[in-house]
Design a protein around this ligand. Structure first.
Ligand code: ATP
Length: 245
């Protein structure tokens, strides 16, 4: 079997804030088309990791390569171009409340691909919304949507650029259990339909079980263990077991 292509590599990353050593030699690889969940307790450094990946924080040591480019060495323009290929779903969704759903989706499109024809734009918006099960919402304002619908719109807004990688920051936080499950299933559907690789940070075990091809456990700043959900669940190590209890 061919070796899977690595689309994101975190290698020996170290990040401290004063005496708070958050990431200590953390390494992880994400392969094309794969969903990897980084699971860790509150305060373990999951957000710090994702911020390092998108260049909002700079690691003290180590290397992060996204689609073959070392993000710690990219200038602003190169980072901006790379961000068009890496969709980031914020925990807060970060929708523009004063814009319709349609204009929220058009925003990244116009920012990154200036020369789209109107008819093409309309088709792309329609397709992205249909793919998240919200074909009828283009004219609505974000305030008219439920929490789950806002999450779907935010996902559609990242999908419209056809990213190679999706980064999900706690995608089910703040949602009720039924809606959380729907979003987890949607993450899987997107993976299958778009072929994107996803790095998902979460401590919602239902989301982890439903979305992860592989789980990486972030403990004491390191990738303490990795494997499928079932493999990790079966391990007797108490530091792993407590997540599955
Ligand atoms: N900009 C910053 N300056 C100083 N300390 C920070 C900064 N960002 C994060 N930290 C610290 O890094 C540690 C890890 O925080 P992080 O937000 O990554 O945790 P997390 O695993 O995402 O937690 P949660 O699941 O609660 O969101 C915390 O101790 C936090 O206080």
């Amino acid at each position: 079997m061919a070796t899977p292509e690595t689309v994101l590599a975190v290698e020996h990353v170290v990040k401290s804030f004063g005496d708070n050593h958050v990431l200590q030699d953390f390494s992880l690889a994400l392969h094309r088309g794969e969903n990897v969940v980084v699971l860790g307790k509150s305060g373990s450094g999951k957000s710090v990791l994702i911020k390092c990946v998108i260049g909002l924080l700079v690691p003290d040591a180590g290397r992060i390569t996204v689609l073959g480019q070392d993000v710690t060495r990219l200038d602003h323009a190169a980072m901006d171009q790379l961000r068009a290929r890496v969709g980031f779903l914020f925990q807060s969704n970060a929708l523009y409340d004063s814009m319709t759903v349609r204009d929220n989706l058009l925003f990244p499109l116009r920012r990154h691909w200036l020369a789209h024809r109107r008819a093409e734009e309309a088709a792309l918006v329609r397709q992205a919304l249909e793919d998240v099960g919200l074909g009828h919402t283009a004219d609505m304002m974000p305030a008219e949507l439920s929490g789950g619908m806002r999450k779907r719109v935010a996902l559609a807004r990242t999908l419209i650029l056809r990213p190679d990688i999706l980064l999900y920051d706690e995608p089910t936080t703040g949602l009720d259990p039924v809606t959380s499950r729907e979003i987890s299933h949607l993450i899987r559907e997107v993976q299958q339909k778009y072929g994107t690789a996803a790095l998902i940070i979460s401590h919602d075990m239902s989301c982890v079980r439903l979305t992860a091809d592989r789980v990486a456990l972030l403990v004491d700043g390191r990738c303490y263990a990795e494997g499928t959900y079932a493999q990790l669940q079966a391990l007797p190590d108490p530091r792993i077991h407590e997540f599955f209890a």
